[in-house]
Design a protein. Structure first.
Ligand code: ARG
Length: 460
């Protein structure tokens, strides 16, 4: 038996393996809600312009809503013989309501249908991503407020550089996520145009109202060009690009959590519920969540390259190649949402260990730059100050002491400009408090940055 949707032209039925091989219903059925919404909008518009009778429209809308119920209750039988989500639902509609079901596809093709469905799906996916991003950002701000004055070593080259506040470090992560949020919003705005009415590629002979179907689906406008409408998958690539960058940020964040939760650093404690143990080593508590998120960036990067390669060299307009867009896209959605969810749950539960952070900041001569800046304030040119402090650090390295542990006489041996007030700038508190400008690490600045972050999130 030939496929009922196009059997007319064919003299034999599709090879069984080819049917399986070319089908997409196994993975595109997740767009059933969007497919049904698109069909309802299409039918509504067709009735308004007089292409469909009101009775047919009512039967279609009621039938599609009933099918949505069947799918949601797990009563719907998906058939590979019907290839994809679109034809499965349409065939079931005809089974339920008869002739009116056969009229639904008037002035439409699966090419504009699938383009519409994915855009609707991605719009919802982006809204979910933005919500999880916000939740994670909210957690970071709260933690940053609590840890605004907690001193830790700041690193460059993973070597102790200068003291910073933990709150300041948390807000650095917040900024990365703020840019991610902007990229996803931008992607959403650009994908939010309606391909419906482009039909197979050239538009349709019916007096359709593309503005109306766009409006019914919450699109900002109909897409401009019918050929572009059915062949464009830029939005899929943009989403994966934004996802790859977000995952890159989360992997960097993860790496720090993995390091910091180790016995060697001991800066943070990740609650047990986010960790797992070892089947052989009874003492182990492994930071699985950050490790796994650090690893998951790989598949998202892969999907981005996969989609770029999929689209490369495709002639206009629709090609079956495009069916390959869904699995990488959906996996990116799942990976990004899952990673964000895990982080949004975990971050508010992180426990800082200020004493460990402080002890680490006291090693590595974190206040050496402060001493150089002190000398500059006393009139010493910066390059000379750098040299003087370098020599003092050398003595510290040789004798195993921090600068603050040296006597005034010892320090004056390096420069006569050094006076008793030097010890104020050699303390960790003095060092961070002195960086008291917009974007700086001083506790006061961290709190004002938290207030700006709250305002950005629309929190009070
Ligand atoms: N399942 C197809 C896809 O995912 C739907 C569009 C098919 N159109 C066609 N002319 N074969 O792209």
């Amino acid at each position: 038996q030939t496929n009922q949707q196009w059997g007319g032209r064919f003299t034999e039925s599709t090879d069984a393996f080819v049917q399986e091989f070319t089908a997409s219903v196994q993975f595109d059925q997740r767009m059933y809600r969007q497919d049904i919404a698109g069909s309802i909008a299409h039918a509504t518009m067709l009735a308004e312009v007089g292409v469909l009778s009101a009775a047919d429209r009512d039967a279609i809308v009621a039938g599609l809503e009933a099918i949505r119920g069947e799918i949601e209750r797990g009563e719907f039988t998906w058939s590979v013989a019907l290839e994809d989500v679109h034809m499965n639902i349409e065939a079931r509609l005809t089974e339920r309501i008869g002739l009116a079901g056969k009229r639904l596809h008037t002035g439409r093709s699966r090419n504009d249908q699938v383009a519409t469905d994915i855009r609707l799906y991605m719009r919802d996916a982006i809204d979910a991503v933005l919500a999880e991003l916000r939740r994670l950002q909210g957690g970071l701000v709260e933690l940053a407020e609590r840890e605004a004055a907690t001193i830790m070593p700041g690193f460059t080259h993973l070597q102790v550089a200068q003291p910073v506040t933990f709150g300041h470090h948390l807000l650095a992560w917040f900024e990365q996520l703020k840019r991610d949020s902007g990229r996803f919003s931008d992607c959403r705005a650009r994908l939010n145009v309606s391909p419906l009415g482009a039909a197979a590629l050239a538009g349709t002979t019916y007096p359709i109202d593309r503005h109306r179907s766009a409006e019914l689906l919450g699109f900002s406008a109909p897409s401009e060009n019918s050929l572009d409408s059915v062949s464009d998958r830029d939005f899929a690539i943009e989403f994966c690009a934004a996802g790859a960058l977000l995952m890159t940020h989360l992997s960097r964040f993860s790496e720090e959590l993995v390091l910091w939760s180790s016995a060697q650093f001991g800066f943070v404690d990740i609650p047990d519920r986010f960790c797992t143990g070892s089947s052989i080593m009874p003492q182990k508590k492994n930071p699985d969540v950050p490790e796994l998120v650090r690893g998951k960036v790989g598949r998202v990067n892969g999907h981005l390259i996969g989609l770029l390669t999929l689209m490369k060299g495709q002639p206009l307009a629709y090609n079956k190649d495009n069916q390959e867009d869904k699995e990488p896209l959906f996996d990116t959605v799942d990976t990004v949402l899952g990673s964000l969810r895990a982080f949004a749950d975990m971050v508010p539960a992180l426990r800082a260990r200020p004493e460990r952070m402080r002890a680490a900041a006291q090693q590595g001569f974190a206040t050496a730059t402060d001493l150089a800046d002190y000398l500059v304030r006393k009139g010493v040119p910066f390059r000379d100050a750098h040299e003087i402090v370098g020599k003092a650090v050398r003595l510290g390295v040789d004798t195993g002491r921090d600068l603050s542990a040296m006597s005034l006489e010892e320090l004056r041996g390096f420069s006569a400009a050094i006076e008793a007030d030097v010890f104020d700038c050699l303390t960790l508190e003095g060092s961070v408090a002195a960086r008291n400008h917009f974007g700086g690490t001083a506790p006061h600045q961290v709190l004002t940055a938290c207030a700006r972050a709250r305002a950005w999130l629309g929190l009070s």
